[in-house]
Design a protein around this ligand. Sequence first.
Ligand SMILES: [Ca+2]
Ligand SMILES: [Ca+2]
Ligand SMILES: [Ca+2]
Ligand SMILES: [Ca+2]
Length: 424
Amino acid sequence: MRMANLVRFGLSLALLSLSAAHPEHVAADEPREWVVRFEGSPPPGVRTNPALLRLGLGVWHAPEAHLAASAADSRILDYWPNTRVSIQIEPDDPYWPNQYGTHNIQIPQSWNMLTGSACLTVTVAVIDTGVDLVHSDLVGRFWHNSGETGAGRETNGVDDDGNGFVDDWQGWDFANGDNDPQDDHGYSHGTHVAGIVAATANNGLGIAGAASLGCPAQIMALKVLRDSGEGTDADVAAAVRYAAEQGARVINLSLGARKETPATEMAIEDAIAQGALVVAAAGNSGQFGVYYPAAYESAVAVAASDSANRRAHFSSYGPQVDLTAPGVGIYSTLRHNYYGTLSGTSMATPHVAAAAALLASQPQFDTPAKIRAALEYTALDLGSICRDPYFGAGLVQTLEALSYDPQAEHPVKCFYYFFPLVGR
Ligand SMILES: [Ca+2]
Ligand SMILES: [Ca+2]
Ligand SMILES: [Ca+2]
Ligand SMILES: [Ca+2]
């Protein structure tokens, strides 16, 4: 990544509210850094420099009680917490202004919060029509199987890592039974989904994926849908199992069926036990009845909203809807270095996958249950009050979710579940 182009500098009010977001994490007797205003020479323990000194300011690392006691009988006139400021991230990708979806789910603020933090490596499995592995905005963002990479192991015809798949160095094509998960779908469905999650930011090209800055995620390309866009329960189940085995922390299923998919349900429960969160599209029928596998309790079912946070007319609904994300007119990568707009709960789902990936990069979100709880608890309530069949818990708010403490007790936010008798 070209760090020089990565940021524009500046301070804003949003930044100040970021800094104020965690006062509860600091106990009163814990030393923290203060800016101290004093008269005359600096009081003992106060660090300063010529420029600060001319402002009558210094910095002191001390518990607040200690500072208050000193302030009472010394030259200290005033003090306040030494607020952390950071870069405001605004990528240079030319279509960034079109990407309302990332803005509506607080992605830029989340990048800002995560920049400079330690990141765990997060892999998002995109189980779809494949992904364009040579798209200029996606190359370099792919997961590679270390057991099948290097010293010619990619092409030696040997299952070097003994996982039952020969030369699966860049994922697998379960639909055709080969090691080439290249997207061959006419609308580039899987390529579009992958770009929403992780298209390269700040390369002066195309778009910026939602999990491409702060703590960038990588994409595991797994093909289960044929060029027609169709696949089977068994192939999806196999891909989910593969993804979890290979350490994916988030699994994106922008696919579904009206009928049950029991093999996929088994694989999802297995994946959760192995530490992967599974997000799935609620369906595009516009009617009552969430599609499978989204309708299973173990999967996070995602409904679609538009740029004004209204429900997408095509979004399937029902009591199983868990979360909402932007899915109308979403601009992303298409095959052969193209870009274009697609709509669907298929586009909403990778927004949630990306948000989940940013959370998974932080050590406190070490289980899928914690990530899911954070996303659902902090979602922006839309539609009727509290959880409802159109929006579930509401629109994902990634910054709020990142600030959620999974160890803390959280009061019940909503006591109601509104279920209308008349559909719309
Ligand atoms: Ca292998
Ligand atoms: Ca091999
Ligand atoms: Ca880009
Ligand atoms: Ca609601």
